[in-house]
Design a protein around this ligand. Structure first.
Ligand code: PLP
Length: 458
């Protein structure tokens, strides 16, 4: 262990005092947590909400712009932003107004609204693919795209990267055996009975040779990938990786599906657009409609023709694609407003400028404190990584995992009014994030570094 990596004792000591601090300053959240135990599993509406580093659940009173106010009336600069759902800020006024108007005019009809054609045009303009379908979540969109890809290629296999997360999509919830490269069940998945090694292949990110081997037998319907891994720390692509990977997919007749649910934070229109990757399918969820339950998937004209042919060739009946509320009137109105007012060059220019400031401030402090850590940034999102270099693949992240340091950082910041994403140390900057929010985070990071140094001396 490096001389500048905090010891387990130091971390445990600071963690204990931060837990006490949270308990003293959040009496109302503690009372609500107690009350919620009676009717919610784990005391929360979704069990992930207990994955925050707090001794009890933090309850929200209000979220507006980049500020989240908890039930105890404490304001937090929110760099979690609903793990990307609120990437454009909480309740942007244009979205709130569109929702109020549509709410009085029908919520769901199993028919397209009169505004639907305009939304299709906006999606095509923004993301560069001509044809679209709607779902309620990115998990749904990914599941349905896998189904389409297998149907139109008549190939059984799908390929993903080790460390991937594409939502609650069974085929992708697998790991890779680091020595043999075989597909393994992900041990944490509950109720898993299917053997996905039969139909899912996994390769390390940034490994073109492994990718080529996986594609070589012509059995892979699609490669489903994020442009950068964002759910296993932030792992960016090597220079030239995607140009070569794109070419390999074409060469082997494998469709390229880009899941831009998180990487839409890269630039206006997402990473694939900015880097000219020309995917066959593109998936965007979470923030696409400003945080309403909505995701979209787009595809090329050639792929669309094959989808139509597959549907027409199938007997009448369930397609296994779609859910009743997909494309409902309320989310279509939200999407329309979001595409008009949130996905704008002006918003991205603000987000990227503040994200650059934050990255530079963190890097400077890490260097000054001589800690073996780094910051990796992709547009408006970045990851504070407790390892000395930007990782190249999931195994690199596993090899350097510092769970205790992460947990302490999260709780320490939360106790001082700054929220990071609970699942890892992701920070996201919204159009509503102010320079003062960035300064606040940097000041709290200074305090954390000072507390670590004091604890190490004592
Ligand atoms: C890249 C990516 N795709 C898909 C999903 C699934 O999104 P949802 O949980 O909204 O279905 C996630 C969730 O974190 C994600 O990170």
């Amino acid at each position: 262990m490096s001389a500048h990596t905090p010891s387990p004792n130091t971390l445990a000591q600071l963690q204990a005092s931060e837990r006490q601090r949270f308990i003293h300053s959040h009496p109302r959240s503690l009372a609500l947590a107690q009350q919620a135990q009676a009717h919610y599993l784990f005391g929360v509406p979704l069990h992930w909400m207990r994955d925050w580093p707090t001794p009890a659940t933090l309850f929200v009173q209000r979220a507006q712009g980049a500020t989240l106010t908890c039930a105890d009336g404490l304001a937090h600069a929110d760099f979690c932003l609903g793990d990307t759902g609120a990437m454009f800020g909480h309740s942007p006024p244009a979205l709130a107004q569109a929702l109020a108007e549509q709410a009085a005019n029908g919520l769901t009809c199993m028919l397209p609204t009169a505004g639907a054609p305009a939304v299709g045009e906006q999606l095509a303009r923004l993301f560069g693919l001509p044809l679209w379908q709607m779902t309620l979540s990115a998990s749904d969109a990914n599941r349905f795209v896998l189904r389409w890809a297998r149907a139109i290629t008549a190939r059984p296999q799908v390929l993903v990267f080790d460390g991937c997360y594409h939502g609650a999509v069974d085929d992708t919830l697998v790991d890779m055996d680091p020595t043999s490269g075989a597909t393994l069940p992900r041990p944490s998945i509950l109720g898993q009975v299917h053997n996905h090694s039969a139909f899912t292949r996994v390769v390390p990110f940034n490994d073109l040779a492994a990718l080529e081997r996986a594609l070589a037998d012509g059995q892979v319907a699609c490669l489903l990938a994020e442009p950068a891994l964002t759910n296993f720390g932030l792992v960016p692509p090597d220079t030239g990786f995607w140009a070569a990977a794109r070419q390999l997919c074409r060469q082997h007749g494998t469709l390229l599906v880009m899941d831009e649910t998180h990487t839409v934070s890269t630039a206006l229109g997402g990473y694939a657009r900015a880097h000219d990757l020309a995917p066959d399918f593109l998936v965007v969820g979470k923030a696409v409609a400003g945080g309403l339950p909505c995701a979209v998937y787009g595809f090329s004209a050639e792929v669309a023709q094959r989808m139509v042919a597959a549907k027409e060739a199938a007997p009448e009946g369930h397609s296994g694609i779609g859910t009743t509320l997909s494309g409902n009137a309320l989310t279509m109105a939200a999407l329309h407003a979001a595409l008009n007012h949130l996905h704008t060059a002006e918003n991205y220019s603000h987000m990227l400028a503040q994200a650059q400031r934050l990255e530079a401030g963190l890097r400077q402090r890490i260097a000054q404190a001589q800690r073996p850590w780094t910051v990796t940034r992709l547009g408006a999102r970045m990851e504070l990584q407790f390892m000395p270099h930007t990782p190249r693949n999931a195994q690199d992240v596993r090899d350097h995992a510092q769970a205790d340091m992460e947990a302490l950082t999260h709780l320490y910041m939360l106790n001082r009014g700054v929220l990071l994403t609970p699942f890892h140390s992701m920070l996201l900057v919204s159009p509503a994030t102010t320079p003062q929010d960035v300064d606040r985070l940097l000041a709290v990071f200074d305090e954390l570094l000072a507390s670590l140094a004091t604890a190490e001396r004592g």
